[in-house]
Design a protein around this ligand. Structure first.
Ligand code: GTP
Ligand code: SPV
Ligand code: MN
Length: 610
């Protein structure tokens, strides 16, 4: 550090809106390393937001839409469209603490690499300082962060996705609170006079986490979970490590409030892998008369025990970062109404000729002409999709018309049932209830799903995704599974029942066996009534299954034959599945807790394969 550099940063920090030494020293340290032209503190005011928005419009990063209120369109670099799991690292001090599913590099070595990459990485750009809190500052245990970034697109997205700005900084100061240090750069410094591009990024990408230090360094990507560091990096990877130490759960789950016709309320959490239906279920419009569903969260749930022994879930986020394709008035009208309310940023969808956005499934009829997400002309005859399969809408959660009044309850809502599920063409039945907590943890640990476009890499390949957390567990998967078992042993715990669902099973002709979407309310009703003890179930090799008339299919155009197929546990499929589960546990090795290995033996016996 030269004397001159020091003066520049000190000068840039003169008007900082805080005197907090911890905050100032963090920002100063990163500014010295990355040498931005300027430092801007994000307060979250409308004026500041408008200014940054205008700059992004002028730069060509954002296009102002005329068809949707107060909304903007962005197209990323075609190489920067999803989370990069192969570039994501958990840099624990000890390699074994990263476990079998994470990439690991020793912290000192990774810091050296990062120092090299971040040195001067913000040259020619503005460094934005975004104070934020995941959940509410008024929570018993508020969870703060500060993201410094050179991406104004990230700033606008963070303002939607996390409670950011003055509210968070004031609380950090007032509570003299610790915060997770989040450092982000698109990794595209500008030389003097060099013209910027609309979506700066770098072909070298690093999404790195230091769980002991509780810090995050992200380089080279501007997209989604790679760059909005409050989301997957903090609220799942770092928070899961904290939760492990402190006896709670940070999970990739939606939170839903369900009210039956008698006015009884239950809260349900559900873990499905990326692009497997969380946002849709969180916003479900039930088709069964008298039932009401309300939304609390669509991606992340933090669950802590309350004094009454129940698990209370909080959605730490403030917005939705939802998969656009497949979202339409017939599938998810609630999301469409949320989008209509305005204040959206759409990324990698298609542009209509009259200044609105479109994606596959938004309307049944395809527009005659579009500009696709790559900026090319598109017509219904085009061979490539108009919107990227992982294109997203970023929308304030307060827009959601079905938002439950408890959504700002700082300590959450009590969870009665947890659903695990994935995208499987075969094998997994529509719904099954597990026998007890350990059996439920077992079913979560072998959760499987066909991969989607939410991460780079092959799509449609079946992989195991424990609790839908495979890409997000910030520590050793074996310790994570043991932690789930330990939660079940907590003194005085009133545990939720655990179910396993699959909306994606296919018929012989490859069509979906189950209509899904709003009709999933029929499965939710069964879950609700199982929790209440008001509906019978039959025993099955996987636990409990609906009796012949257990699932309410009234008014549904669905034959008994179809229902039987949807619920079937086929011996020939399960022979293969069991072998695959054994392979999975072999892959995880010694880290798999003995209680879960015992569940494999029980499953073999229940299937009659012992
Ligand atoms: P992330 O935000 O990536 O974590 O995804 P998510 O789990 O919130 O998934 P989302 O609800 O956005 O759904 C992903 C895709 O699955 C969309 O294209 C939906 O249309 C589709 N989908 C959701 N629910 C159902 C269902 O019940 N049946 C079928 N067939 N498709 C569904
Ligand atoms: C997911 O991939 O699970 C998402 C999108 O919710 S991202 O924010 O990119 O992680
Ligand atoms: Mn997700």
């Amino acid at each position: 550090m030269t004397v001159l550099d020091h003066d520049v940063v000190a000068d840039q920090l003169k008007n900082a809106p805080t005197k907090n030494e911890k905050v100032l020293s963090f920002v100063s340290r990163i500014a010295h390393l990355t040498t931005p032209d300027d430092i801007v503190w994000i307060d979250g005011s409308e004026g500041q937001k408008a200014l940054i928005t205008q700059q992004l419009v002028d730069a060509g990063t954002l296009v102002a839409l005329t068809g949707t209120k107060d909304s903007y369109y962005a197209a990323s670099d075609p190489e920067d469209v999803a989370r990069v799991e192969d570039r994501t690292y958990i840099c624990s001090v000890d390699e074994k603490d990263a476990g079998a599913l994470n990439n690991w590099v020793a912290p000192a070595e990774m810091k050296q690499t990062l120092n090299g990459l971040f040195e001067g990485s913000m040259r020619g750009r503005t460094m934005y300082v975004i104070p934020f809190v995941m959940g509410l500052a008024e929570a018993d245990q508020p969870m703060f962060g500060i993201e410094v970034t050179d991406s104004p697109y990230v700033v606008l997205s963070m303002l939607i996705m996390a409670r950011s700005g003055k509210y968070a900084l004031d609380a950090i100061d007032a509570q003299n609170a610790d915060f997770v240090e989040c450092v982000h750069s698109v990794g595209a410094p500008l030389a003097e006079g060099e013209e910027d591009v609309a979506w700066p990024n770098n072909s070298t990408k690093y999404i790195t986490h230091f769980p002991e230090e509780r810090s995050i360094w992200s380089f080279g990507s501007g997209y989604g979970g790679n760059a909005l560091l409050g989301k997957k990096c903090y609220a799942l990877r770092i928070a899961s490590a904290i939760a492990h130490d402190e006896g709670w759960l940070a999970e990739h789950m939606l939170i839903l409030k369900l009210t039956n016709p008698q006015g009884q309320v239950k809260y349900i959490a559900a873990a499905f892998p990326s692009a497997c239906g969380k946002t849709n279920l969180a916003m479900i419009e039930p088709t069964i008369p008298g039932w009401k569903a309300e939304t609390l969260g669509d991606d992340i749930a933090w669950m802590r025990f309350g004094d009454d022994g129940q698990l209370y879930a909080v959605n730490p986020e403030f917005g939705l970062f939802g998969v656009a394709p497949g979202t339409g008035y017939s599938t998810n009208p609630t999301a469409m109404h949320a989008i209509e309310a305005g204040g959206n940023i759409f990324t990698n969808v298609a542009l209509t000729d009259d200044g609105d956005v479109w994606w596959e499934g938004k309307t049944d009829e395809k527009p005659a002409h579009l500009t696709d997400w790559r900026g090319n002309d598109w017509t219904p005859d085009s061979e490539t999709p108009a919107a990227h399969p992982n294109s997203r809408f970023c929308t304030p959660i307060s827009n959601v018309p079905t938002l439950a009044p408890e959504w700002q309850n700082p300590n959450g809502v009590p969870i009665s049932a947890i659903l695990f599920g994935g995208r499987r063409k075969t094998t997994m039945p529509l719904v099954t209830e597990t026998r007890d907590w350990n059996h439920g943890v077992f079913m979560g640990s072998v959760l499987s799903s066909e991969t989607t476009a939410a991460a780079t890499g092959a799509v449609g390949v079946v992989r195991r995704d424990p609790m839908a957390m495979r890409p997000f567990i910030g520590y050793n998967v074996g310790d994570y599974l043991q932690h789930w078992l330990n939660i079940g042993q907590t003194d005085g715990a009133k545990l939720p029942k655990i179910f396993y669902v699959n909306w994606f099973r296919r018929d012989d002709d490859n069509s979906f066996l189950w209509p899904g979407f709003s009709e999933n309310s029929r499965v939710l009703k069964w879950v609700f009534e199982r929790v209440n003890g008001t509906v019978d179930a039959a025993e099955s090799p996987l636990g409990f299954t609906p009796t012949e008339d257990g699932l309410d299919t009234e008014g549904l155009d669905f034959t008994e034959e179809q229902l039987r197929k949807a619920l079937a546990i086929k011996p020939e499929e399960w022979e293969t599945e069991l072998a695959s589960i054994e392979e999975w546990y072999a892959e995880l090795g010694d880290s798999v807790p003995a209680e879960l290995r015992a569940e494999v033996d029980k499953l073999r016996t229940h299937l009659g394969l012992a």
